[in-house]
Design a protein around this ligand. Structure first.
Ligand SMILES: Cc1ncc(COP(=O)(O)O)c(C=O)c1O
Length: 412
């Protein structure tokens, strides 16, 4: 007789919460494109990472020579006092527009852990969380796997410029068929790369206040803005966050450091922070990482220079990929932030269906060895809008990917 797993253990083993495009990415990442060594190699354009400035950050991290002995010991599970104080100052200067109190900052192992634990404390199994779509694909795994929440989509479409209006939120609330506890709003948006105006943020805040639900702003791309419109944090618009507005940020995107696993929650709700602290032990950020990142963000001159370089590099990357797309005649929706844009491949679908989108995605993968993010993963309202991420590989590699993509499309 074998001793089996729990029901939930068996469920996870049978269907891990990772979508197909992520599994393909991992499987193919050992043989990536190289113009000399591997000209037919894999071109990964499906995962949102900015790896263009990695050497700069590594250099600054390497300059942090001394680590105090206390980093070897247990410390506050939601981040050391010193790191949270430094984060409060850094976030105030660069992200939130005003410094939060250090005790209103909690640190965990990446934005994914922050979201998972935060929503565990905001909703009970079966409760609903509103998410505007197109959306970051990972929210479903983050909030449904262990928290057992149900994401309720607030759909927007290309036909109306992906505009979010209060009546769309109202409608989603009406048809949710379950108690809705929160709205999860990504600003700047992934995958659209939209930067929201202060007026739009005010509208979202006002709607959530009137609806009597929490609102979580995922501002993980706050510094990765390359368009005309500057980023505005909800913290700037709201003034006080109060008990129902919460902000998530991480080093994963703006610092191109998703492997360091360092995410941040800013909330003024002290009961919520105590609840988050109760689970933090299982998702801590390492003391060493906190120390090194703390030294980096305390260096104002370096940070100011780094952030301006990030924005320049992303602007260049965006102009390079859009020039290649235009040359190849592939339409896309313009972006102002992030490392991605949505391609409009609707005219290449064999039918107006999700199956046809999957077939096209698979064809591009098999024939061009290029991985895009399927629109279905972003819960798009219409098939055929696939996401292209343009900053995880060098510009020349992205251009090779676009050329190969155009080749497949010319036959689709
Ligand atoms: C909007 C958004 N939130 C959260 C995450 C997850 O970030 P982390 O790697 O810090 O868990 C991502 C990653 O792509 C994202 O795009």
């Amino acid at each position: 007789m074998t001793i089996g797993l729990s029901r939930r253990g068996r469920r996870l083993a049978a269907s891990p919460p990772f979508p197909e495009y992520i599994l393909e990415n991992m499987a193919r990442s050992g043989a990536v494109y190289d113009p000399v060594e591997n000209p037919g190699g894999f071109v990964p354009l499906a995962v949102a990472e900015n790896l263009r400035l990695g050497s700069l950050l590594l250099e600054r991290m390497a300059a942090v020579r001394e680590a105090p002995a206390r980093i070897l010991a247990y410390d506050t599970m939601i981040g050391s006092d010193e790191f949270r104080a430094r984060l409060a100052r850094f976030l105030g200067r660069k992200v939130l527009g005003r410094a939060p109190r250090p005790e209103h900052v909690a640190v965990l192992a990446g934005a994914g852990s922050v979201l998972e634990i935060l929503f565990h404390c905001l909703g009970d199994p079966g409760d609903g969380v509103l998410v505007p779509t197109p959306s970051y694909a990972g929210f479903w795994a983050d909030l449904e796997t262990r928290d057992e929440l149900a994401l309720v989509q607030v759909p927007t479409t290309s036909a109306d410029g992906f505009r979010l209006t209060p009546d769309r939120f109202d409608r989603a609330m009406r048809i949710a068929g379950r108690p809705v506890k929160a709205l999860l709003f990504t600003s700047p948006n992934n995958p659209l790369g939209t930067v929201y105006s202060a007026a739009e943020i005010e509208e979202v805040l006002g709607w959530a206040r009137d609806a009597g639900i929490h609102v979580v702003f995922d501002e993980i791309y706050a510094l990765s803005v390359f368009g005309e419109r500057p980023f505005t944090s909800c913290a700037q618009v709201a003034g006080e966050l109060g008990d129902s507005v919460h902000v998530v940020w991480a080093f994963s995107k703006d610092f191109g450091a998703s492997g360091l696993r360092c995410g941040v929650l800013v909330s003024e709700n002290e009961e919520l922070l105590r609840a988050v602290d109760g689970l933090a032990y299982w998702a801590c950020c390492s003391g060493h990482t906190q120390h090194v990142l703390g030294e980096v963000i305390a260096d104002d001159a370096w940070i100011d220079d780094y952030v301006s370089r990030v924005q320049t590099v992303l602007g260049d990357a965006y102009r390079s990929v859009t020039a290649a797309l235009e040359k190849a005649g592939i339409p896309y929706f313009p972006a102002q932030a992030g490392f991605f844009l949505l391609l409009d491949l609707r005219r290449h679908l064999a039918a107006h269906s999700w199956q046809a989108e999957e077939d096209l995605w698979r064809r591009i993968l098999e024939e061009a060895n290029v991985n895009l993010t399927p629109g279905s993963a972003c819960r798009n309202a219409e098939p055929g809008l696939l996401r292209l991420c343009f900053a995880s590989v060098p510009a020349e590699t992205v251009v090779v990917g676009v050329r190969r993509l155009a080749d497949v499309l010319s036959r689709a």
